[in-house]
Design a protein around this ligand. Structure first.
Ligand code: TXA
Ligand code: MG
Length: 330
C-alpha cells in the first residue's frame, strides 16, 4: 500500500472521510500526538488498528469526538461530577472513562464495559472527525512500544506502506498524550498522566484525585507494557541526582552515550555529551518523543534525568520511566 502524506485541507479531509467510510485507517494530528483513526462503529476497521500497530488485543482505544454533545451517543451513566471537567477540558488533552454504550463495539474497549472519550482541541482533528460523521477510535499513530509520533514524518517512519493516508498538520503543540481519568463513581482516579496536569484537574474539581498509574495492576491496560522505547539502551535517574548520573555516564563503556535533562541540570555535565529537554516540564513534554526518536540515531545509550515532579514534569517522568524499562535509579 502506498502511504500518502497530505497537508490537512478541504480536499485531503474529503479523501480522509472517504477512506474512513470504507473502513480504512487515517493518521491525523491532534494537540497531543498524532492518532491512527478508524470508524469506531466498524469492528473490522478497528481490528485493523491493532494489526497495523502490532498492539496487544487487551489494550483499549480512545473514542474521539468533535463536540461534547456527542458524548451521550457513545457513553452511558455520565456522572454529574464529570460536567465540570467536560466544560473545562473538552476540547482538550483529557480523556474520560465512562460506561460504554452498547452500540460501541466491544473491540474498541478491548472487551471492557467502559469507554475512553476524548475531544481534541486541535481544530484540524475536530474537522476530520466532523467530516467523517462518526466517532473515531484512535490510538497514538506509532508502532506499538515506539515513542508516540509528534509529527507526520514520524508516523511515516513507523507506518509507511501500512496505511493509505497521513494528514499532515505540522508539529503537535503539547507533544505528550492526554491524561486518562476514570470518573465513573465520583471517585476520580488518574490512570495515565498526560497533557493536563493533576493540579489542573484538582483545581477544577475542587477535590484531590488519586492516581493509579504506578501500581502493579494498572487500570489503563496500556500502561503495563514497555512503551515509548527508543532503539537505544535507556536509563532513568530521578531529578537532582547529578552525582549518580556522572558516575553512571563514566561507568558505561558504550562508544556513544548522551545525558538528556532539563536546562538547569545540564550545566553539571561539563565535558559529557548532553541534550536538552528544554527549560521546564512543558517544554520537556513538547520535546521528549522527538528527542527519543532523534537521539537513538546517534547514541547507543541515553541517560535521562527526570524533570522536577511538578506540572507536566510528572507526565514526562512517567514516560521516561516506561521507556527505561528496568534501568531505573531513583
Ligand atoms: O492524546 C492521546 O490520548 C492520543 C491521541 C491520539 O488522542 N491517544 C493515545 O491513545 O494516546 P493510546 O491508545 O496510545 O493510549 C490510550 C490509553 C492506553 O493507556 C489505554 O490503556 C487507555 O488509554 N484506555 C483506553 N480505553 C480505556 C478504558 N476503557 N479503560 C481504561 N483505560 C483505557
Ligand atoms: Mg500509545
Amino acid at each position: 500500500m502506498k502511504t500518502e502524506i497530505l497537508e490537512t485541507d478541504e480536499n485531503s479531509l474529503k479523501k480522509a472521510a472517504e477512506i474512513i467510510r470504507q473502513g480504512g485507517l487515517v493518521a491525523f494530528k491532534t494537540e497531543t500526538v498524532y492518532g491512527l483513526g478508524a470508524d469506531a462503529f466498524n469492528q473490522t476497521a478497528v481490528r485493523s488498528i491493532f494489526e497495523v500497530k502490532g498492539r496487544p488485543a487487551d489494550n483499549p482505544l480512545i473514542v474521539h469526538l468533535s463536540d461534547p454533545s456527542e458524548i451521550k451517543t457513545v457513553a452511558d451513566n455520565i456522572p454529574n461530577s464529570a460536567k465540570k471537567l467536560i466544560d473545562r477540558f473538552m476540547p482538550g488533552a483529557l480523556t474520560l472513562i465512562f460506561d460504554r454504550a452498547s452500540r460501541v463495539p466491544k473491540i474498541v474497549s478491548a472487551g471492557l464495559d467502559t469507554v475512553a472519550i476524548r475531544i481534541p482541541s486541535e481544530n484540524s482533528a475536530r474537522e476530520f472527525i466532523k467530516v467523517c460523521k462518526t466517532p473515531i477510535a484512535a490510538p497514538s499513530a506509532n508502532t506499538s512500544t515506539r515513542p508516540s509520533p509528534t509529527s507526520a514524518k514520524y508516523v511515516f517512519d513507523d507506518l509507511n506502506g501500512k496505511i493509505p493516508l497521513i494528514l499532515d498538520g505540522g508539529e503537535c503543540a503539547i507533544g505528550l498524550e492526554s491524561t486518562v481519568l476514570d470518573i465513573r463513581n465520583g471517585n476520580p482516579v488518574i490512570l495515565r498522566q498526560g497533557g493536563i496536569s493533576q493540579d489542573e484537574i484538582e483545581n477544577v474539581l475542587g477535590q484531590k484525585v488519586k492516581n493509579n498509574f504506578s501500581s502493579d495492576r494498572p487500570i489503563a491496560p496500556g500502561m503495563k507494557y514497555r512503551h515509548y522505547a527508543p532503539n537505544a539502551i535507556m536509563y532513568y535517574v530521578s531529578y537532582g541526582n547529578e552525582e549518580k548520573i556522572k558516575q553512571l555516564y563514566n561507568s558505561i563503556e558504550a562508544k556513544t552515550k548522551v545525558i538528556l535533562a532539563t536546562d538547569e541540570s545540564l550545566m553539571h555535565y561539563k565535558g559529557m555529551n548532553i541534550s536538552s529537554l528544554g527549560k521546564d516540564g512543558s517544554e520537556a513534554a513538547h520535546n521528549l518523543f522527538r528527542l527519543l526518536r532523534e537521539l537513538e540515531k546517534d547514541y547507543e545509550v541515553i541517560i535521562a534525568e527526570g524533570c522536577k515532579e511538578q506540572g507536566l514534569g510528572r507526565s514526562v517522568n512517567s514516560r521516561l520511566i516506561k521507556a527505561a524499562g528496568e534501568n531505573i535509579l531513583v
